[in-house]
Design a protein around this ligand. Sequence first.
Ligand code: SAM
Length: 215
Amino acid sequence: MALKTNYEKWYETEDYFWGTEPAELCQELIKLVPPAKGVKVLDIGCGEGKDAVFMAKQGYDVYAFDITVNGIAKTRRMAKENNVEINAFIADINDFEIDEEFDIIYSTGTIQYLEDDRIDGFFRKVKDMTRPGGINWFNVFVDKPFIPLPPDWDEGEKMWPTGKLFSYYPDWKFERVDETIFECHSSGIPHVHCMDVLVARKYPKETITVEDLRK
Ligand SMILES: C[S@@+](CC[C@H](N)C(=O)[O-])C[C@H]1O[C@@H](n2cnc3c(N)ncnc32)[C@H](O)[C@@H]1O
């Protein structure tokens, strides 16, 4: 079987390729949907588990998957080292099936591995799997003709057009929509990325009133 991502070999080492510090997005998620018993989180493309483990330590009920065997083994190891439990499993973002509902579904650095004909179905699925009041948090690298392709671009990755990510959530409340150009040092060679970030909340139909806005 062809290796779809180079991460399998990058995760072979004993130490953590991505380190053990959680991403900033975790703090944003905590503010938007505070941890409580029964609040469920799904991390899609969890890598070696640094964000999933952090979320489990906050008290969320965490599910996390990645396509790499090594990534999931390390996610389980990191969970054990931190005395937390995580439902970590190997799956492909293109065809995963989970019979659960979540309050937070997030994915960082991974939706660019969706195959073109799977993108619409993916968003239908994650939106359906989100409980009312829940959050979806996604980021994706976007194509800008003035930015060169990064030196460590993975073979299965695809740049998205600007704004495409936002177009899947016209019926949800946008908590954050932004596009940033930044410097990155992954691979040891300084380079530039442009990234779209979407944070959206699901509301049941016709439920926000003037009174809600005045709260
Ligand atoms: C940039 S890394 C981000 C990892 C993690 N979210 C983090 O921030 O530490 C991208 C991840 O996507 C995973 N990945 C690549 N293709 C995938 C696929 N088809 N399904 C699920 N995960 C995939 C890789 O194994 C890798 O762990």
